[in-house]
Every structure is written in structure tokens, then in C-alpha cells.
Design a protein around this ligand. Structure first.
Ligand SMILES: Nc1ncnc2c1ncn2[C@@H]1O[C@H](COP(=O)(O)OP(=O)(O)OP(=O)(O)O)[C@@H](O)[C@H]1O
Ligand SMILES: [Mg+2]
Length: 366
């Protein structure tokens, strides 16, 4: 699936733009502050309902207007064309539409337009909170296991109820028991899907990572969110008093994490910044590969400011793998030549180049 037409209205400094992207690679260049990231943010609004930069959508709306609209035509491999559109208003109203119907959640948008982002924050995946790593792995579980999302939502609801009981002054253990039972059954299912998906991910990642980071002993391990040697029901039982004292459920699928290590040390403490970025690039490519192998679909890659800290050889390696996956790619950078040189060895792909200046996006000949 690729985007064959993109229309952006009143998003940041882009008042109006119409693009006919290539199904291959789209190189977007322009000076600082011209609107390159904004162009990618428009795609992110379609795929997630919001920008990858922030949860605050109001700052995305052009200062002189009260709403933004992004619209695209999705071209599916079988030939079907699906329109998708998002409007967001300063007052809070939002409209998400897919194939002419209203949809009511960002998850529904994401199911239609799976997006991977590589930008200057990608290495935060290693040094940031477990939440970002959980989201990373759940992106893949969400896209390859349709049953996962409703279970995950149900677990969130269950935890909310359980936590509100735990915060009461006097709790009857029996009142909490039904929530524990439900949480255990949801946990088992969620955990199973995560584990299966992570196994698939590990296979791709192991093959790929040495091309990006030449460091021995790199491993990626899954922590499910409670003691490895206990079942969850047992754990909830034993930690009940402590959970009551804390006022929340301290362990569970909401605490899962992935640990990326070099030998016995965390990769974030050993690898250089550039290596961390490359490692995360390998992880993002592995995601796209698993997604493709499991679903036959390809996600769209947004690469913002083709990581400035990558040297030319690694920029070419990233381009090589993005091409190998066969995904549609949108890449930004300040200089046209740097972007073109990264894709110069890849001749069997349709490349389109767009220049951005003061919020105006123009396709140019190369
Ligand atoms: N709500 C808004 N309304 C109007 N303009 C905005 C709004 N939010 C941000 N801008 C401006 O939009 C411009 C484009 O920002 P953007 O981040 O897309 O630039 P960029 O081309 O990616 O630059 P860089 O190379 O520095 O990353 C900036 O000049 C910014 O100040
Ligand atoms: Mg930018």
C-alpha cells in the first residue's frame, strides 16, 4: 500500500500543498524552518491522528486558521484506492474518515496506514522509558495480531478498575478478586501474542543488526513485567498488600520492557550515539520486514532529517534496506545532494524530489 496523492491544508506553515508522491522514494529538501518535518507530520496525522513530534494537535494547526485537514489516496497492491482523511479543529472537534466512513479512533487509522518514523529522537528508544520500548513492540503486535488491541484495551480498563479499588481506604479482598481473574486471563493472552511476535522479530533482527552495528554480543531480551519464575495470579496474590500501599497494580503487562544489551551491559551505556541510532534503524527495519512477512503489506517509512549523525556509508545502508523492504519512503534533509547521494546506488526505484520553501511544496525534476 502506498500514498498516491497527498493534500495538506493549514498544517503548521503549510497553508496548502498537493503532492503526487512516488510509490518508491520521495526526497524532500529545503532550508531550516521551510516545512519539511511539517510535511511528514501531515502523513503522521493520517496514520496516527497526531504528529509523531507531540500529542498536542493544536500547535499543528496553522496560526492563522482554526482547523487543519490532511487527505490522501491509498493505493493498495491489488489496485483498490482508499481515501483517508483527518480534520482537526482548534475547538476540539476531529473527523477521521476512511473509505468514505467515519472512524472513531486513531487505532482505526493506524490499521489502514501503518507508519514507521526514523528521526533524531529514534535513539531515545534505548535510553528512554520502558513505555517507548513497549510501544515499539506493541506496534508490531497490533499490526500482525488483530486480536491484540481489544485485549490490550480490556486490560487497561481492568487495571483502571483494580487500581481504583486499591486506592480505597478499606478494601475487601473479595471485591478485587473478579478483576484479578479477568486481568490474569487477559494477561495470558496479551503475553502470548507479545512473545510470539517478539520471536518473529528476533529472527529478523539477529540477521540484520550486524550489518548496522559491528559490535559482538548484542542481544535483545523481553521482560514480561513481573517475576520470571511466577505465574501472574500467584504474583497478584503475593503482592496484594504492597499494591494496596502503592495504590496501583505494580506489575503486569503494563510494565513489560525489552532490554537491549551488549554482553551484560545495557547497550545504551556502551554504544556511541551514532551506533545507537543505527541499532534503532535496524530495529525499525526488522519491524517492517516482520510486518510484511506476516501480513503481505508494507508500512510507510518517514525519515526526518536523514539522521545527521550517520555517515554517508550508513545513510546508504539505510537506503538499501528501505529499498529492499519495498516500502514507500519519505525522507527529508536540508541538502538535495546529500539525499540524492544516499539513494544514488539504487537505480531501480522511482525517485521523486520535492523542494519546500516557506511552506510551499514543489516537485522538481532531477
Ligand atoms: N502552528 C503553526 N503555524 C504556522 N507556522 C508554524 C506553526 N508551527 C510551526 N510553524 C513554523 O513552521 C515552519 C516549518 O517547521 P518545520 O519543523 O516543518 O521545518 P523544517 O523544514 O523541518 O526545518 P528544520 O530543517 O529546521 O528541521 C517553522 O518555521 C515553524 O516556525
Ligand atoms: Mg525538520
Amino acid at each position: 500500500m502506498t500514498i498516491s496523492h497527498l493534500s495538506i491544508t493549514q498544517l503548521r506553515n503549510i497553508v496548502s500543498a498537493e503532492l503526487s508522491p512516488s510509490s518508491g522514494v520521495n526526497l524532500i529538501y529545503g532550508a531550516n524552518g521551510s516545512g519539511k518535518t511539517s510535511t511528514l507530520e501531515a502523513l503522521s496525522v493520517l496514520g496516527m491522528g497526531r504528529s509523531f513530534r507531540s500529542h498536542k494537535y493544536k500547535t499543528l494547526i496553522n496560526n492563522d486558521h482554526d482547523s487543519l485537514t490532511v487527505f490522501a489516496r491509498l493505493q493498495h497492491a491489488g489496485g483498490a484506492v482508499v481515501p483517508i482523511g483527518v480534520s482537526r479543529h482548534r475547538g476540539g472537534d476531529s473527523t477521521f474518515r476512511v473509505a468514505g466512513d467515519n472512524v472513531h479512533s486513531a487505532a482505526a487509522l493506524a490499521a489502514h496506514l501503518p507508519i514507521q518514523v526514523i528521526n533524531s529522537h529514534t535513539y531515545e528508544l534505548l535510553e528512554g522509558s520502558p513505555k517507548s520500548r513497549r510501544q515499539f513492540i506493541d506496534w508490531l503486535v497490533f499490526h500482525v495480531e488483530p486480536q491484540f488491541y481489544p485485549l490490550w484495551k480490556a486490560a487497561q480498563r481492568c487495571l483502571k478498575h483494580r487500581n481504583s479499588l486499591l486506592r480505597r481506604d478499606r478494601i475487601d479482598r473479595l471485591e478485587v478478586t473478579p478483576w484479578d481473574v479477568e486481568l490474569c486471563s487477559l494477561t495470558e493472552a496479551i503475553e502470548g501474542y507479545r512473545q510470539q511476535t517478539l520471536d518473529l522479530f528476533q529472527t529478523e533482527f539477529k540477521q540484520l543488526v550486524s550489518e548496522f552495528v559491528a559490535v559482538d554480543g548484542l542481544t535483545l531480551g523481553y521482560q514480561r513485567g513481573w517475576d520470571a519464575d511466577q505465574d501472574y495470579a500467584q504474583h497478584l496474590q503475593q503482592s496484594f498488600e504492597r499494591d494496596c500501599q502503592s495504590g496501583y497494580t505494580r506489575a503486569g503487562v503494563h510494565r513489560a520492557d525489552i532490554r537491549i544489551k551488549v554482553g551484560r551491559q545495557l547497550a545504551v551505556d556502551i554504544l556511541s550515539r551514532g551506533q545507537q541510532k543505527l541499532l534503532v534503524c535496524a530495529m525499525k527495519i526488522a519491524q517492517g520486514l516482520v510486518f510484511y512477512r506476516q501480513t503481505g503489506r508494507r508500512c510507510i517509512y518517514l525519515v526526518d532529517d536523514l539522521p545527521a549523525e550517520l555517515d554517508p556509508q550508513y545513510r546508504q545502508l539505510l537506503a538499501h534496506w528501505l529499498h529492499k523492504i519495498g516500502s514507500q519512503v519519505f525522507v527529508t534533509g536540508v541538502e538535495k545532494e546529500t539525499l540524492l547521494s544516499s539513494w544514488q546506488k539504487i537505480t531501480d526505484v522511482d525517485k521523486r524530489v520535492f523542494h519546500v520553501e516557506h511552506g510551499t511544496v514543489t516537485q522538481i525534476d532531477v
